[in-house]
Design a protein. Structure first.
Length: 559
């Protein structure tokens, strides 16, 4: 009967812990979603900046696994280099240690209080931001209660001789026991797929006095290796660079733990010297009140030291994983936006940042199409077939990107998100649609060039008006596209005024064109083609204006 009580109490505590971690993570993601997107977009090739991004993002979302899975996805999409990804992973390893400090606080004092404090704004506040704040606070409270429940479940085990005999080897103070504990921590974390949960369980076991202090620290070291399984699984089906990023995470943690294993006895002494309270002190109730802080410090110190040790060797680590994960022979891989098998591994804020980068790539292609299209039309005699082929190829690429972005964002919309994020996703789908439409009309414009053959050509006033109108439309598109890159450059008043001005120019060209047709200046086919050319440019203008509205919506704050 005692075994049954231990099991159901442990499972109940673990359930509350997991539920609390999810509540806290979801709330923090919703609060800091826009900040996460801006942080990711600011990532540079500077390795220290990359570490900082990984640290900050992991602190905001309280999950190093999610950060590393996100990083693997970015590498797979070609939005992040391998060395940048390794830097972010280093930072994520440091950021995840914050969780240990949160759960090392005395849980019996604050759990119920935080649940009560979080429940009020979470349920009664009309402000979405305060609802998410309440959700986060409630989550922290549930984490504390879950840990308290697990600790209570473990108390009978310290008197159970059969259980103590089964773990006696792991409790030894020799390298065989240290290695066995590391392997056990690694294995259990691979099964649970959450280093935070395993850290909580380890702290509960140590606080209850079931396992000694040194065993808890070695278990935590193993958990650092076990948590890499999430990114390794996420990289399955990805490109070679995605696999390299996941393996870099595993290699970094394995190398770090291997180095630490050689100096473990000295490491225990260092941690003890940095916190004056004795981790081996037992309270009258049999608990060990100071051991959790020592475990949290050991966790932080290990990850910070490993990062400092390996950050000068990022390039060497990148070379190593490149060597053990060579390019596939005869296969040319193209970076693409990857929908991971489990959408729950992707944060809405990260998905938005990833899709935003793809939209900017799509915009760059459309701008190139406009330039090549003008060059194609400027050839007065025989058009260059290579330029025509390039325009058609660009249009095909925009179709593919449009399809991938739309499908990707539909997956994102299935997830819970803030109103701000929901509006941004809808705006990005609209922007993608308009970009694809602009590319379609540029292609049509290029195809019309084939109708001018033999003696038929575009000349005189019509030629000057057409190229003048093309320049006006191209400049208008650039005005809108600048707002996509930088919201400060989006001035809707200027865009509306320019849009009306271009419409007047189009009307003027149409009237002059009708007048020339009535005088028989053009052959019927040429006259019809010229009309189609002007209509195509007007459509490009119209879709550019619609895109401006979507870009404005994307940058609008709804808080």
């Amino acid at each position: 009967m005692e075994a049954f009580n231990i099991i159901y109490t442990l499972l109940g505590g673990l359930g509350m812990f997991f539920f609390g971690m999810k509540f806290m993570s979801d709330g923090l993601q919703a609060i800091a979603g826009d900040a996460i997107r801006k942080i990711i977009n600011s990532l540079t090739s500077n390795r220290f900046m990359a570490v900082g991004v990984g640290l900050v993002v992991t602190c905001l979302i309280q999950s190093s696994s999610v950060t590393t899975v996100m990083t693997v996805g970015f590498v797979n999409a070609g939005l992040m280099s391998l060395t940048q990804a390794i830097g972010v992973i280093f930072g994520a390893n440091i950021g995840t240690t914050i969780t240990g400090w949160i759960i090392s606080i005395k849980v019996d004092k604050y759990g119920l209080l935080l649940v009560g404090l979080g429940f009020i704004p979470g349920l009664f506040s009309k402000s979405e931001k305060w609802q998410h704040v309440g959700k986060s606070v409630l989550g922290v409270g549930l984490v504390f209660i879950g840990l308290q429940t697990m600790s209570a479940a473990f108390v009978p085990l310290r008197e159970n001789q059969a259980f103590l005999d089964s773990i006696a080897y792991f409790s030894g103070e020799h390298y065989g026991a240290y290695l066995a504990s590391i392997m056990m921590g690694c294995l259990l974390t691979m099964i649970v797929q959450s280093s935070s949960a395993m850290l909580g369980i380890t702290m509960a076991l140590a606080t209850s006095g079931v396992i000694p202090y040194h065993t808890a620290i070695t278990l935590v070291l193993g958990e650092n290796i076990g948590t890499t399984i999430t990114a390794l699984l996420a990289s399955v089906g990805g490109n070679v660079n995605a696999k390299r990023a996941a393996r870099a995470h595993a290699c970094f943690n394995i190398f770090g733990v291997s180095v630490m294993l050689t100096i473990l006895p000295y490491y225990f002494g260092l941690v003890d010297s940095l916190i004056p309270l004795d981790p081996r002190f037992a309270a009258p109730d049999g608990s060990f009140p100071y051991v959790a802080q020592h475990i949290a410090l050991a966790h932080s110190l290990f990850n910070i030291s490993a990062t400092i040790l390996f950050i000068p060797f990022i390039n060497q680590l990148a070379s190593f994983v490149t060597k053990i994960t060579p390019d596939r022979e005869g296969v040319k891989e193209t970076p693409h936006l990857l929908m991971l098998g489990d959408p729950s591994n992707m944060l809405p804020a990260v998905s938005i940042a990833q899709a935003e980068s793809e939209l900017k790539k799509m915009n760059d292609i459309v701008e190139r199409m406009l330039k090549v299209s003008k060059d194609f039309w400027l050839d007065e005699h025989e058009p260059d077939p290579k330029k025509h082929a390039k325009i058609l190829d660009y249009e095909r690429i925009t179709d593919n990107i449009h399809k991938e972005i739309t499908v990707f964002l539909c997956y994102v919309m299935e997830k819970p998100m803030s109103r701000q994020q929901s509006e941004q996703v809808q705006a990005m789908i609209k922007i993608s649609d308009e970009l694809e439409s602009v590319a379609d009309y540029i292609e049509r414009l290029a195809n019309y060039r084939d109708r001018f053959k033999n003696a038929e050509s575009l000349n005189g006033e019509s030629r000057a008006e057409f190229f003048g109108f093309m320049d006006e439309v191209t400049a208008f598109y650039a005005l809108v596209a600048n707002g996509l890159d930088d919201s400060r450059q989006l001035n809707m008043e200027v865009i509306r005024a320019k849009d009306q001005e271009i419409q007047l120019v189009a009307d003027s060209i149409r009237e002059k064109h009708i007048d020339r047709i009535s005088k028989g200046v053009y052959q019927p086919v040429t006259a019809l083609t010229y009309s189609d050319m002007v209509v195509a440019l007007r459509k490009i203008r119209a879709h550019s204006y619609l895109m401006a509205g979507a870009v404005e919506k994307f940058h609008t704050s709804f808080d």
